[in-house]
Write a protein that binds this ligand. Structure first.
Ligand code: NAD
Length: 484
């Protein structure tokens, strides 16, 4: 109910003031659409163009022909168009109404949409009735993630017909401005692109220390190009997946209260290089790259009063969608296979003999059992937060007094030690995970917990799922243990 209400609010906010759907005449059109589409829906209705896919003469021609697409500007009276098409459909051999498909959803551009968080974001968007355009060059994911998303969306059934068309994957580099220009030009002909959720990035702290140039190029330079491209196509709303890595050493000094957004504010490195130097001192190149992305997105949002953006600082995403179809499946296992859940998995399936716990002597730093403490958040909650953020941008765009750029932690505010997490997995999955205590790992902080006060108060986001669900869904997804 709440989700539908938000979608409706965004729909209204996104409509131009003169849109006839703002008046009572709306009812006729909505009913008519529902009759034709067969199902009522609460998606964001497109205002810029309408696409009507028609199979001309489909009754007498092969069913496999490409549908003709007719684009109508929004000002045309859609009601009238529908009536004409209905009339034509009554003439034998002219139009088959059953083949009439009106594309009236808003689309969201998701970069990195086939990765771990991206697949969950795509699923959340599909469930909220958005059309999803995924830009992912598959450097750290596999093409079959797309069918997993559709399968999760169809509750395990083979997705059929139009359901399949709701998500499109384009295998290009998000920093390839020319290719992206083509994609946006093509999609904007018939879809209203509400905004983007920008996830594509390189994400290993360890690799970034060895190869900082890669992180500068793939995360920062390409984000700059990407945002310029969005600007050219009038895409106004941006959600950035930033990281708790921007807090760097602060985590070391923090108590268990949780890190607050204002502890690391946005500093433009070109306007205040000295200040920027202070903020980034001690950060990994990955953390610096994320901070630079935040300032690029900040600049994007503030240079035009109709733009809005949110940078979410994600803490530790864990778990999988409850359906069990979406997995964390990194292609780059050398650098991206090191997340705690991936390590647990490798130990359970035997590819690692023991799970290494890096450091068990952090007692003085706020850890109860000596192992590192992290703020683990279910990945589906993270995905929900990112989508809520995009809808918030779209809603705020109509109110010019609202801030154009915000930073929020996506954190639970609760710390769980590595040892506690392993125990929870053992209990939930009814298995034993062999562990080995090793020395502290370079670059690790003892405690990293985010405050969720700001995101809870201002956005109303709180995690729905706790540690138990994280472990349950993890075991279900990888088919581990007896209890599921
Ligand atoms: N997973 C975490 O622990 C975590 C924590 C904090 C922040 N984040 C951020 O969230 C985002 C998503 O993380 P994830 O865990 O899903 O990562 P992931 O590696 O699983 O997904 C990233 C996706 O982006 C794609 N990609 C990378 N570079 C690209 C490029 N140049 N062009 C097109 N596609 C490209 C990859 O193929 C991959 O599918 C990243 O920005 C990451 O920095 C992740």
């Amino acid at each position: 109910m709440l989700k539908d209400a938000t979608a409706k609010q965004v729909e209204q906010a996104e409509r131009p003031l003169h849109d006839p759907r703002n008046s009572n005449s709306n009812k006729v059109e909505t009913n008519q659409q529902q009759r034709i589409l067969g199902t009522p829906h609460s998606s964001l209705l497109v205002q810029s163009t309408i696409t009507i896919n028609v199979h001309p003469f489909s009754r007498i021609l092969s069913q496999n022909i490409e549908p003709a697409r007719l684009d109508f500007p929004s000002k045309c009276n859609r009601d009238l168009i529908l009536r004409v098409l209905r009339f034509l459909s009554t003439i034998p051999c002219c139009l088959s109404l059953s083949r009439l498909h009106i594309n009236c959803r808003s689309a969201v551009l998701v970069t990195g949409g086939l990765g771990y968080i991206g697949t969950h974001v795509c699923l959340e968007l599909l469930r909220k009735n958005y059309h999803v355009i995924v830009v992912d060059n598959l450097t750290n994911s596999y093409r079959d993630a797309l069918s997993s998303i559709l399968r999760a969306f169809s509750n395990g059934n083979e997705p059929l017909g139009r359901r399949k068309d709701l998500i499109t994957h384009i295998s290009i580099d998000y920093g390839d401005a020319k290719a992206l220009d083509q994609v946006l030009a093509e999609f904007q002909r018939y879809l209203n692109i509400l905004g983007t959720i920008h996830l594509a990035a390189s994400k290993s702290v360890g690799e970034s220390i060895l190869n900082p140039a890669k992180y500068y190029e793939n995360n920062v330079v390409k984000t700059d190009r990407f945002l310029k491209c969005l600007g050219r196509y009038g895409i106004k709303n941006v959600v950035l997946a930033s990281s708790a890595a921007v807090y760097g050493n602060l985590a070391r000094n923090s108590s268990l209260d949780g890190l607050k957004e204002e502890q690391v504010p946005i500093v433009d490195p070109f306007i205040a290089p000295g200040e920027f130097g202070k903020v980034v001192s001690g950060l990994s190149p990955y953390g610096i790259s994320k901070l630079l992305c935040e300032s690029l997105v900040y600049r994007f949002a503030t240079e035009d009063p109709t733009r809005r953006a949110i940078a979410f600082r994600l803490f530790n995403p864990v778990g999988c969608d409850p359906s069990g179809y979406l997995k964390e499946a990194p292609k780059d296992t050398e650098w991206c296979g090191g997340s705690i859940m991936q390590m647990v998995l490798k130990t359970i399936n035997g590819s690692n003999s023991m799970l290494e716990i890096f450091g068990a002597d952090y007692f003085g730093d706020g850890s109860g059992d000596g192992s590192c403490v992290r703020d683990f958040v279910h990945v589906s909650d993270i995905a929900r937060g990112l989508v809520m953020g995009l809808e918030r941008c779209a809603l705020q765009r109509i109110d010019r007094r609202q801030p154009r750029f915000e930073i929020y932690n996506l954190a639970s505010g609760k710390g769980v030690s590595v040892k506690q997490l392993i125990r929870a997995i053992e209990q939930e999955c009814d298995i034993k995970v062999k562990t080995k205590i090793c020395g502290r790992r370079k670059g690790d902080v003892a405690v990293s917990i985010g405050s969720m006060d700001k995101v809870r108060i201002e956005m109303g986001w709180v995690p729905d799922m706790g540690l138990q669900q994280v472990c349950q869904h993890f075991c279900r997804c990888y088919n581990i243990g007896g209890r599921r």
